[in-house]
Design a binder for this molecule. Sequence first.
Ligand code: ZN
Length: 351
Amino acid sequence: MARGNRVLEPMTGRERVLAALRREPVDRTPCCNPTSLATVELMDLVEANFPEANRDGKRMARLAATGYTELGFDSVMPVFSIIQESSALGCRMQWEGKDNWPTVKMSEPIWAEPDDISIPSNLLTHPDTRCVLDAIRELKQEFGDEVAVIGKTMGPWSLGYHGFGVEKFLLMSLDDPGKTRACLDKMKEVTIQFGRAQIEAGADALTLPDHATGDLVSGEYYRKYLRDMHIEFVEQIPIPLILHICGRTVDRMEYIAQTGMAAFHYDSKNDPQESMDVVNSRISLVGNINNPETLYSKGPEEVVAEVQKNLDARVQLVGAECAIPLQTPIENLKAIPRAVKEWHGQHASMN
Ligand SMILES: [Zn+2]
């Protein structure tokens, strides 16, 4: 794979990402993607299309590598979807085509009661989880000295949506906290097992999406159901963890900052400075560049402005807020590392 011409920098991308996840000094802010950077244009470049690139380790690795080789990010992340382990759990899948995300058919839930939840013995050897492990192994081998290889293991709240259906799971959480906890307790084993397997395969860090999303549940909900479980993940999955929750989450960032996770992948609905003030150096922040408007439909100038706003607030890692839309122009993505380098050039005397 072509690496292009790179200016020599004192730290490798991998060193930069891992240092920023520990809030240690860096030569410049890393560009990091805890979630997908895949686009249709990048699929064409390396002939690795959805849906195959979500099911075959080789194609998965090839498409993920473009985040580094084509876009110049400091990390690669091959788990483009949020449904790999749900497929292994037996959820009904819709794999879709090249220009659409695979989804779980939530109209056909597989669980109704905590007792229905069982972890299949092939959780880690099912083709849709095995391909993730294969891709991580391959990326580690080829790019492991240069960039951080980030994996992904879904949290139990997200798995609950997939197994029970979103509405049913949310209703249960309102009506029956005991039952909800029993479900989360069973599902958390999936998160831990898949996470540990990815560490063994060579991941440097893991994204842990747990969609207690701003518009669906409150900050109090996060504290009540998830904070302690997330603390447990930090103990059980010994690698830097990047928690991902979409939406406006500033009301739960205090609790998130208490978990010991390495970083929080945060949404553009939260102001960078306001968020940095709440987490107060207990956790790193990453993300915030708006997807549906800025990256998808505006131009490099607007992207640069959002990157600068994050750097001005001293946000530790820069990237998109969530999995980018598949039609995002490459030009807008390339503007992210360029903006970071320019900002550091201008601020060199200040640091
Ligand atoms: Zn998201």
